[in-house]
Design a protein around this ligand. Structure first.
Ligand code: ATP
Length: 436
């Protein structure tokens, strides 16, 4: 399967099975904005929950936060975004297409010409106006990153949680960037979701913490099923770094369109808290009671994209297998990410007793797992449909189930079938999902 072909297949499966739809499709679509359909919403939610579980619930040193998308405009001046959150833009003089300078090589990616305009800075922040008047006093911005909401709440979190260094604050939320060249499906869009941690450390402990976070975040993708050989770390060269950053390493995934960034893990030094202290007049230094000193902590920032991670999980899970002369498409998601854990299927939909038993089993399983009931096709077709969206188990109710109180459980990956008693079904499925 060629890599172009793979991307086409994934985009088409996403549309056909309700993972991702183009925004405002009935109006011709809005370029670079995508809507998550019923299964995509489940998948994306699972990605976010897995992240939150890993970086907040499983740790004693990280707490969560959920800030507004809109912030005081002065915060964006202090952070440097109003002045400098720009990409350098060039136009191809031949086809007039516009590109990010760091994304074009020698030749125009569109027409192959080699004549470009001089680069000019283009600010990526989306503007909006708060309140009834549309003038400079009401000008505000949709946040281009979730991080700033964390920095401005640093003292609030320290005061309310009594956390001592090192500790982190995590947030998931929408961000907006007026990207010059969005594309590659949900990889680069103008509205997207980020998962960011700001981890505050003593300056002398920042390098070690940076190293640990790079390892931990890399392991997260592998634990959730991404093949290790499709991931790599890329350390930024010094001329790539933001002026305040001491170091940054990206986690990249080998997408069908090439190695691309999933997440960046940066050492932001003490720049952010210093800037917001200066601009707001509020002292955001940390008071160390043991040494009776005050200082600005360093910040390690693992910053990932929910949509990019979701796309990587989709690409990595996609498999085609030959089964008895036909091709079976399977999304081999890990149990945590699979949008549907169990599908309950009646073998004969005309038998009302089978149908009501299957529906009752589905209702009971729904207390523990995301489960669905489906009787809209023959059993063979139903299995294939569930494989194609990555459903972990199919549970089939047949005539014998009515007397022996057992059902057939089919494993997505091996297609092996086992008879399991209805009484122990939940326990059986839980064990399998946990120990996968
Ligand atoms: P790129 O170089 O690809 O534009 P970036 O280095 O500017 O990305 P960051 O500012 O470090 O990205 O943002 C952190 C994360 O947010 C990225 O690793 C990515 O996963 C996600 N992200 C950033 N921009 C977008 C976008 N336009 N669409 C989807 N996700 C994005």
């Amino acid at each position: 399967m060629s890599q172009d072909n793979l991307m086409e297949k994934i985009v088409s499966l996403c549309k056909r099975r309700g993972f991702v739809f183009q925004s405002s499709e009935i109006y011709g679509g809005l370029s670079s904005v995508w809507d998550y359909g019923p299964l995509g919403a489940e998948l994306k939610r699972n990605v976010k929950n897995a992240w939150w579980k890993s970086v907040v619930h499983s740790r004693d040193d990280v707490v969560g936060l959920d800030c507004g998308i809109l912030m005081h405009p002065d915060a964006w001046k202090a952070s440097g975004h109003v002045e400098g959150f720009s990409d350098i833009l060039v136009d191809c003089k031949s086809c007039k297409k516009r590109f990010r300078k760091d994304h074009v090589g020698e030749k125009c990616p569109e027409c192959g010409a080699i004549d470009f305009t001089d680069g000019r800075a283009f600010n990526l922040m989306m503007k909006t106006y708060l309140g009834a008047a549309e003038d400079s006093s009401s000008l505000s911005y949709l946040r281009p990153e979730t991080a700033q909401g964390i920095f401005v709440n640093f003292s609030n979190v320290v005061d309310t949680t009594r956390k001592r260094l090192p500790f982190g604050i995590a947030q998931i939320g929408k961000s907006f960037r007026n990207e010059i060249t969005p594309g590659n499906f949900i990889f680069r869009t103008r509205e997207f979701e980020q998962m960011e941690i700001e981890y505050f450390t003593k300056p002398e402990e920042a390098d070690e913490s940076h190293k640990q976070w790079i390892e931990e975040r890399f392991a997260w993708y592998v634990d959730l099923g991404i093949k290790k050989e499709s991931l790599r770390l890329r350390k930024h060269a010094s001329d790539e770094l933001a002026h305040y950053a001491k170091g940054c390493t990206d986690i990249e995934y080998q997408f069908p369109f090439g190695w691309s960034e999933l997440e960046g893990i940066a050492n932001r030094t003490d720049f952010d808290l210093k800037q917001h202290s200066k601009a707001s007049g509020k002292d955001l230094q940390y008071q160390d009671n043991l040494t009776n000193t005050k200082f600005f902590p360093y910040i390690i920032e693992p910053s990932g994209g929910v949509d990019r991670a979701t796309l990587a999980f989709l690409v990595d899970a996609y498999c085609e297998e030959e089964v008895r002369g036909s091709t079976r498409v399977v999304l081999k998601f890990s149990p945590e990410l699979a949008p549907i854990k169990v599908a309950v299927l009646p073998l004969l939909k005309k038998n009302s007793e089978i149908v009501s038993t299957a529906k009752a089993i589905k209702k009971d399983l729904s207390k523990c797992f995301m489960s669905v009931y489906d009787d809209t096709a023959s059993i063979g077709k139903l299995y294939r449909r569930q494989d194609e969206v990555g459903t972990f188990f199919c549970v089939t109710v047949d005539v014998d189930s009515l007397s022996d109180k057992k059902v057939t459980v089919r494993d997505r990956d091996t297609m092996a079938q086992e008879r399991i008693s209805v009484d122990s079904l939940k326990e059986y499925l839980s064990n399998k999902l946990l120990n996968h």
